[in-house]
Design a protein around this ligand. Structure first.
Ligand SMILES: NC(=O)c1ccc[n+]([C@@H]2O[C@H](COP(=O)([O-])OP(=O)(O)OC[C@H]3O[C@@H](n4cnc5c(N)ncnc54)[C@H](OP(=O)(O)O)[C@@H]3O)[C@@H](O)[C@H]2O)c1
Length: 187
């Protein structure tokens, strides 16, 4: 292993997942968020600014542009795709390698469902906004993938009320994985 890849492997990279989901696990509807929660957006901005965010191509399309003041990584299977302000990655190991090579301390996996499913085994910290609404089943809904709640220890919870800026009441939970996540080692 070269000196460079040794440094990349031993540079601790905390991989976090950030999601907002309804009581019944819905995260999106027709490639949009099903709510407007200004205080959750503020939390997300404060958490991720200055770091690297990783998202699926559909989530990038739904946001419509790269998130400012963050390194934006976008997973896509389209080899020739270029997106303004973002680095396109063919797979998860490539994205993790880019974050490590940039000496990043925190990589935030910000959705959508396909990317959450892919990244979950590698996640150390799970920021879950629980939106206290049940979204009725309909076409175009996207849900958070099934996961084992027993693997996660709640370490923090913040409460927010519904008001003019927040469509619904919500809580932001922080969970830490109880056991070590899978580490991605390059060779
Ligand atoms: N509530 C929340 O916190 C939250 C957060 C983020 C997103 N969302 C919502 O989630 C929905 C989008 O989620 P989604 O699951 O439909 O899409 P997504 O995960 O955002 O993106 C899926 C795309 O990622 C690429 N991809 C997936 N697996 C890959 C792999 N193994 N290797 C390389 N590329 C891969 C493919 O892009 P190509 O088609 O280009 O190949 C695929 O079409 C939207 O409604 C959005 O608003 C909600």
């Amino acid at each position: 292993m070269s000196k460079q890849s040794l440094a990349e492997n031993f540079n601790p990279l905390n991989i976090s997942l950030v999601v907002a989901m309804s009581i019944n696990g819905v995260i999106g509807s027709d490639n949009q968020l099903p709510w407007h929660l200004a205080d959750d957006l503020k939390f997300f901005k404060a958490l991720t600014t200055g770091h690297t965010v990783l998202m699926g191509r559909k989530t990038f399309d739904s946001i419509g542009k790269a998130l400012p003041n963050r390194q934006n990584l976008v997973l896509t299977r389209q080899p020739d795709l270029t997106l303004p302000g973002a680095i396109c990655c063919a797979n998860l190991p490539e994205a993790i390698q880019i974050a490590r090579r940039a000496q990043e301390t925190d990589l935030f996996v910000i959705g959508g469902a396909e990317i959450y499913r892919l990244a979950l085994p590698f996640v150390h910290t799970f920021y879950m906004t629980r939106v206290w609404v049940e979204i009725p089943d309909s076409e175009g809904l996207v849900s958070f993938p099934p996961y084992n709640t027993e693997e996660w220890q709640e370490t923090k919870r913040l409460n927010f009320s519904a008001n003019a800026q927040n469509d619904y009441a919500f809580d932001i939970f922080t969970f830490q994985r109880k056991t070590k996540p899978i580490e991605w080692m390059e060779n």
